[in-house]
Design a protein around this ligand. Sequence first.
Ligand code: NG1
Length: 539
Amino acid sequence: MAAQASIPIFTNLNELYQNLGTSLNHASVSPHSERWNNLTEEYVKRFGRKPTYIARAPGRVNLIGEHIDYALFGAFPAAIEQDILIACGPRDTSSVPGGVVADNLLAKYARQEFAPSIVPKDLGVPDEHVHVEGWHLDIDTKKLRWESYVKAGYYGVLNRYFTSKGALPVPVDLLFTGTVPAGSGLSSSAAMVVASTLAFLAVNGKLDDSSALTKGELVEMAMQNEKRVGVNSGGLDQAASVICTTSSALYVTFFPHLFAQLIPLPPGAVFVCANTLVVSDKVVHARTRYNLRVVETLVAARVLARRLGVKLQEEAGGKRERVTLRVVLGRWVGETEETELGAEQLKAALEKMVEKMELLKPDNADGEEGVTLETMIEWSGLSKEEFTETYLSWVDVEATYFQLYKRAKHVFQEAALVLKFREVCLHAASAPDVDGREELGALMNASHASCRDLCDCSCPELNELTQLALDAGAYGSRLTGAAWGGCTVSLVAEDKVDEFIKKVQQGYAPFRELEGDSLKEVIFATKPSSGACVYKFED
Ligand code: NG1
């Protein structure tokens, strides 16, 4: 299975470039070798010696399946060519153990220096048995700071490999460069966290032996790491950034555990990303947007379970189960460990469940089918204290009306669209006379409508750009990623890409004056790229 594979380590640059795949003409990346060489030369200038590794992690475009990964349903991303590269190497050993100097080729990201501090657990036992309670690195979860993603990547490595006092992390110099536009829904954050995690693993010698992490384990680690930045994300970005390959998209699910399947896309299908140029800052708006969606879907799951008569596991000590919509669905149709739902059964169960959504509608139509905090608590069957402890103590959210009905309906409908998308791709791959592009386009359009109307994560510019894309001949078009800005993704016939880009450029005012590289940066065709890897410099 794709998640069991090991993380590729290259010692030959030609092999590495081949693994990255070929760029389409429209892709906005400079030739691979130039970027990699330039990064290495800059590293030598800034740190006085060659790096020992370069870690690479790509961004991703999610083709379908938005805001459902944290409800543990599957999504369908593909890695893109745009990526984060980190040249790294140990600094001299007289430096603070584990200390980090992180520099960025982009001058607006100022150099950062930090070191983790150890919190010892038990000082009364001999040194080598002293276990480290944890590591501390200051991460400001209220502000967007580039080094937060570096620290997040470091945490997982520290907590997995440096838990006894005998072993200390080496001091490290890092130099970053990136082509994934920030705040654009193409997952620059996950690419930063995955690449940082890989860089710290590599420099500390944790990728070299047979016990090195698998791709799946790296995904799990990066998922935990990214939560430290203050966004309670699911795992789709990290999975795409780590597991994808050049020829396929990835069907990735999270229940009962991470499962990833590489799925070929139909021939002649090209996905074009167009950036609205509305920057959506996930961290700053987390309390009213992303994290609010996470809480709304979790509370919806509890209320739904109660109304459908689905059992919740409440522990004797008073701990309440924070059940997800995927788990409620499974229990509702009698799924057990032995009878895990296959794709067909899951699709049927989802369609049946969508019909039950009226159960989450309030009697009055205040707040567009939303409910106040008081009503939500009452519906949950918990006391105010229990509710706060279960749903609000670990996350900061704010709303006058909480939209349980709309969010749950979106999640179930969108999860079914993903399964249909996967089915069409598999069908097209097995029957060469089948052209699945019309069908895929229609599924993408349905997904955009659900994101816009039920998940409320679109914005006027995204709606305008998706409409322009359809008018310009796309089979389908939708927002991608967390949204409220960022990019659209459109399915376009390979031989129509240039014409399509021209039409969208003329239609979307912020693109009209752009040309050359500036235009390629905001609208570009992408082909699935390969996931994260490491280049090791040989002496
Ligand atoms: P982006 O587009 O990277 O902000 C976010 C989450 C995903 C997923 C999508 C919505 C992070 C790191 N990623 O993606 O897990 O929930 O939104 O489908 O927050």
